[in-house]
Design a protein around this ligand. Sequence first.
Ligand SMILES: Cc1cc2nc3c(=O)[nH]c(=O)nc-3n(C[C@H](O)[C@H](O)[C@H](O)COP(=O)(O)O)c2cc1C
Ligand SMILES: *[C@@H]1O[C@H](CO)[C@@H](O)[C@H](O)[C@H]1NC(C)=O
Ligand SMILES: *[C@@H]1O[C@H](CO)[C@@H](O)[C@H](O)[C@H]1NC(C)=O
Ligand SMILES: *[C@@H]1O[C@H](CO)[C@@H](O)[C@H](O)[C@H]1NC(C)=O
Ligand SMILES: *[C@@H]1O[C@H](CO)[C@@H](O)[C@H](O)[C@H]1NC(C)=O
Length: 407
Amino acid sequence: MLRSSMYMCPGLRDNTYLPYTDSPIAMKLILILLSTQVLAARPFLEEPDTGLESIFGDVQLGSLPDLKSIVGLPDFQWAARNYLPLSNFTYYRNAAGGEWSYRNNLEVFSRYSLRPRFMRDVTKTNRTMQTSILGYNFSAPFFISPTARAGFGHPDAELNYVRAAADQDILYIPSLRATLSIEEIAAAKSPNQTTFQQLYLPKSGRLSDELLKQIEGSGAKAIVLTVDSPANGDRQRAFREQGNIPEAEYRYLTWDTYNEIVSRTDLPVVLKGISSVADAREAVKHNVPAIFLSNHGGRQLDTAPSALEVALEIHEEAPEIFEQLEVYADGGVRYGTDVIKLLALGVKAVGLGRPFAYANVYGFEGVKKAIEIMKREIAVDAANLGVVDLQNVDESLVNWKPNNWNQ
Ligand SMILES: Cc1cc2nc3c(=O)[nH]c(=O)nc-3n(C[C@H](O)[C@H](O)[C@H](O)COP(=O)(O)O)c2cc1C
Ligand SMILES: *[C@@H]1O[C@H](CO)[C@@H](O)[C@H](O)[C@H]1NC(C)=O
Ligand SMILES: *[C@@H]1O[C@H](CO)[C@@H](O)[C@H](O)[C@H]1NC(C)=O
Ligand SMILES: *[C@@H]1O[C@H](CO)[C@@H](O)[C@H](O)[C@H]1NC(C)=O
Ligand SMILES: *[C@@H]1O[C@H](CO)[C@@H](O)[C@H](O)[C@H]1NC(C)=O
């Protein structure tokens, strides 16, 4: 119980110790204090209480629950946290600063409630799930975002991502910092499987000919250039765990760098990490084929906005951008409704990072199940919401005025 207490609601629970005193005034004060605790801001819940503890509670530390008992993406986080050595789990769970962006990524989705519409024929909505990303067809509007070092979760590392993506016909974007090499991942692809390759530039800002050749040689159909990391992130969870604060490092990357890379390859170069309407406009100006809204899972700049907030701002201030280039988004996506909210704003496809890293502790079968869970959730959530066509989600199905559920 104790090991998970930081993830649990610290409010009143069955075993809460109730202080007792004979003084009626003191007792009244205690009750007032208790009630303000209950009425205070809702505590942060990253594995919301859906009865998970009562089913997994007996699983030994260091063991995995049966994959059959996993029913939602947060369950995979519970499993990985319980199973992995702390330093492995920390590598995935890590985020920057006070982790406010990390939390906001998860909480922002419940800040916008849905406006379900009924009496519509949604029996064929499931058939509208497939989508195209930069012209390549996939079975679903979500993909595996680039997360480094799958080997921290499973010995087959990225092989599980690439094979599950092929099995389920979704896009996978390998990280440049993968456990396996670009060639090893490429060799595991199915015939005609489409992948994109994530790219970081070295400190100098110069993409070497060798690396470009490696990427092109892998058959990747696009380069996803991460722009949101000009310096290393301030990730206290990992620093504490590793026992030191690393030296500050900076990376050179400007629009000139982008133009230079584009001039050297025929591959489309997508920008990952765009976090403002102004930079989205710059991207249009530079003929960027697609932007990927992301705050890097809250791992780079704490209090940077979530992709949903940036998408909403673009939707309000420059909606034409969604027509001028493709927009992808990630960060905190854990439920079908999260995906649908992003699609409603005009986002073409949605990425998930940590959920697949956690699912990978079960290997291929775990990653595959995570994809299946997400497809099913999108299908039933869309139907219950009154979405007839997932390619065309009506923005008015979401109330874009924030609710007060999180207060
Ligand atoms: C363990 C880990 C490693 C990551 N490595 C990379 C990376 O190498 N390149 C990159 O562009 N983004 C990287 N990211 C960010 C993800 O691509 C993605 O933006 C983020 O995980 C989305 O948030 P989510 O984890 O809440 O789904 C990483 C994220 C995590 C959690
Ligand atoms: C992709 O899907 C579209 C629409 O369903 C279809 O017209 C097109 O032929 C498909 N492209 C490929 C390469 O399968
Ligand atoms: C933890 O990560 C290390 C790599 O640092 C890896 O060798 C080990 O297998 C991982 N543990 C598990 C249980 O996956
Ligand atoms: C793979 O692509 C080639 C040509 O690009 C095509 O001839 C072949 O039918 C495709 N195979 C599958 C399984 O789609
Ligand atoms: C969607 O429909 C197909 C058949 O058209 C079915 O095989 C699949 O399981 C359904 N998926 C979901 C998530 O409902």
